[in-house]
Design a protein around this ligand. Structure first.
Ligand SMILES: Nc1ncnc2c1ncn2[C@@H]1O[C@H](COP(=O)(O)OP(=O)(O)OP(=O)(O)O)[C@@H](O)[C@H]1O
Ligand SMILES: [Mg+2]
Length: 610
């Protein structure tokens, strides 16, 4: 059972799922998907004002970028050539002002874009979180935590990069490019056309880079997902790894994926190392062309020196937007892939939904009835419950017993409607659980799970989880009833002791006592208790038994029982075998019958029939 630590039990191996995730993300690789873009753009809608500020700033940046080389021409031709010192001074001041304006406008543009970007990011994450909370257990069963987390963090970040930065950068870069081309053509068509000879080369280089980069970045994403998967699993399972002395093995496995990741990253980066100098080289080539032909044209009096200077300046500015656009192209690809995944997640309907006319569940008395219930976890999976009939009176304690995998937890899951039955119905107080809101139903049902889950926070916070408005006295009272008070106050910080990740600073028995205290405080009418099988010392065991007795008193309880004491004290014992209830009754009667229960009892507790 030690192997159960971590992410097992998801029905799908974590690596398998991670690979699916990576491939699912990259399989399409569409560069532009209008549907995705339109839906994501909706996130910008509340910030139209700020986006227009950014847009205006961008227009100023573009205008000044285009204006400055022209000012150089005026300086050279009209002021220097004519010796107009006064005008020269003014123009130089004008140039300096234009530079200042350029930096200011750039800063403002970045400020507004980040302002909007961070809000879009937070909103999208909040929507995802809200949706994840609503998704039924059926979703979470089949999806790995790490992958879901990566959706909410990484994918959303790439989308944001495209949404906030991308749109404006795209327009700005295109404007600058077109502007430069037009101005150069007007100044000197011949020199402009000669300079543009490098453009086809640039386009070719960019296309080559983009297609290679697409493959390379796709590969890196897959590899990163593998490293993350390996890391998450090994850290979650570090106890098992250490216990079995498998550190070297794990290290080797990790090094392998790590190496592969390093390799593809280096390859992807070398592409940039080749591409960027290539663009730079083409820029120098264009400069050389301008100098050679321009120089001769100046000599021949065809163009002025100012035009040559302006050309040199325009040419260097021409290549920055080109680089930016090719970068944007790769951003767009990952944003599209991420966007599709995020929208798919947002569009996943919860399997269990409130009926349109769902009522609030009235205060529960505690009668639970299963009528001929059949159930499967997913349509393609076999039935795990078949024809289950069960009648629990208010206030009764029912013990579910049976071999592992028999279907006990599944029965419990149906009472709180974590899943919907495939056939038959489950009623609480005669009300079909599908006709009331999930929230009003679950609020009245307490669940003590098998693996006592505690959140990071203090001990008091964790007990109070079941009833947030409870006073400190009520928390302490619940802890006393659960026999947890003594060990809590023995800790230096008492109720304010912070719980470490995985509750590792508490013993297994202490965790169980805290969960019982939490349930006592919540005081639900119906209690579902998945008894932990962990071995604890006999003193803790008797404290837990005692606490359980307090907890079960006066409420309807369905206990997936492993303790003999719980089973014997139950009002009704149901033996679950292969998805069916094969025997019901009380301890003595069932033993006397000598059927399934008697056999189970002998196997499990080795006792003779007493
Ligand atoms: N989330 C799930 N998705 C798909 N199949 C599941 C899921 N949970 C349980 N099963 C399957 O349903 C069957 C019944 O499982 P269930 O958890 O109800 O058994 P159990 O009686 O509680 O066992 P245990 O005593 O080991 O907890 C098993 O065959 C199990 O593999
Ligand atoms: Mg179970």
């Amino acid at each position: 059972m030690g192997f159960g630590i971590g992410i097992s039990g998801t029905g799908m191996g974590p690596r398998g799922a991670l690979e699916n995730f990576a491939e699912g993300e990259d399989g399409r690789g569409k560069v532009f998907n209008p549907q995705v873009v339109v839906r994501l753009l909706a996130y910008l809608r509340p910030y139209v004002r700020q986006m227009s500020f950014a847009f205006l700033a961008m227009l100023v940046v573009t205008g000044l970028t285009l204006l400055m080389p022209y000012l150089l021409k005026v300086v050279v031709d009209d002021k220097i050539a004519t010796g107009d010192r006064n005008g020269l001074l003014w123009l130089c001041a004008g140039l300096a002002a234009a530079y200042g304006g350029l930096y200011l406008a750039t800063a403002l543009q970045q400020y507004w874009l980040s302002w909007v970007g961070q809000r879009v990011l937070a909103n999208l994450r909040s929507d995802l979180f809200q949706h994840l909370q609503r998704l039924s257990l059926g979703y979470h069963d089949t999806h790995i935590v790490g992958v879901t987390v990566s959706r909410v963090m990484n994918d959303v970040a790439t989308i944001n990069e495209l949404l906030s930065q991308g749109v404006i950068t795209l327009v700005g870069d295109v404007l600058v490019l077109v502007g430069i081309v037009v101005i150069m053509l007007t100044m000197s068509p011949r020199l402009a056309l000669l300079t543009f000879v490098v453009i086809p080369l640039m386009v070719l280089a960019t296309l080559w880079f983009s297609s290679r980069a697409r493959q390379a970045f796709r590969e890196t994403r897959t590899r990163v997902a593998r490293v993350v998967g390996e890391l998450a699993e090994d850290i979650a399972g570090v106890r098992v790894i250490q216990a079995f002395g498998q550190e070297d093995n794990a290290q080797e496995r990790f090094d392998e994926v790590n190496r592969a990741n390093r390799q593809v990253n280096i390859e992807a980066m070398s592409l940039s190392f080749i591409f960027l100098p290539m663009i730079e080289f083409l820029g120098m080539l264009a400069t050389a062309i301008v100098l050679w032909f321009g120089g001769r044209a100046v000599g021949a009096g065809e163009v002025t020196l100012g035009v040559l200077v302006a050309f040199l300046s325009y040419v260097t500015r021409f290549f920055q937007p080109v680089q930016e656009l090719s970068r944007l192209y790769t951003t767009m690809q990952s944003a599209m892939a991420g966007g599709e995944q995020v929208l798919k997640l947002l569009d996943t309907p919860p399997q269990v939904q409130d009926a349109p006319d769902a009522q609030e569940m009235p205060p529960i008395r505690g009668e639970i009835v299963f009528e001929n219930v059949s159930f499967r976890y997913r349509p393609e999976l076999p039935e795990v419950l078949r024809g289950v009939d069960l009648h629990i009176q208010p206030g009764q304690t029912v013990a579910l017993v049976g071999a592992t995998g028999a279907g006990k937890t599944s029965i419990a899951n149906l009472i709180a409607r974590f899943y919907d039955v495939s056939d038959g119905r489950v009623c609480v107080d005669g009300v079909d659980v599908r006709t009331v809101t999930q929230r009003s139903l679950r609020r009245q049902i307490g669940i003590v799970p098998q693996d006592a889950f505690l959140f990071s926070g203090t001990i008091a916070d964790n007990i109070r989880f079941g009833c947030l408005q409870a006073s400190d006295e009520a928390v302490q009272r619940a802890a006393e009833l659960a026999n947890a008070h003594a060990f809590i106050v023995a800790k230096p910080e008492g109720y304010q002791t912070r719980i470490q990740e995985g509750a590792s600073n508490l013993s297994v028995g202490q965790r169980q006592l805290l969960c019982i205290a939490r349930a006592i405080l919540a005081d639900p009418r119906v209690l579902i208790l998945d008894e932990a099988t962990a071995n604890v010392d006999s003193l803790t065991e008797s404290m837990i038994q005692d606490a359980l007795r307090t907890l079960l008193q006066g409420r309807t309880a369905v206990v997936i029982a492993h303790r003999l004491s719980t089973i014997r004290n139950a009002d009704l014992i149901c033996v679950v075998e292969n998805g069916q209830i094969v025997e019901q009754g009380q301890h003595e009667a069932l033993l006397a019958r000598g059927g399934a229960y008697a056999a189970l009892y002998r196997r499990q507790f080795g006792g003779d029939a007493t």
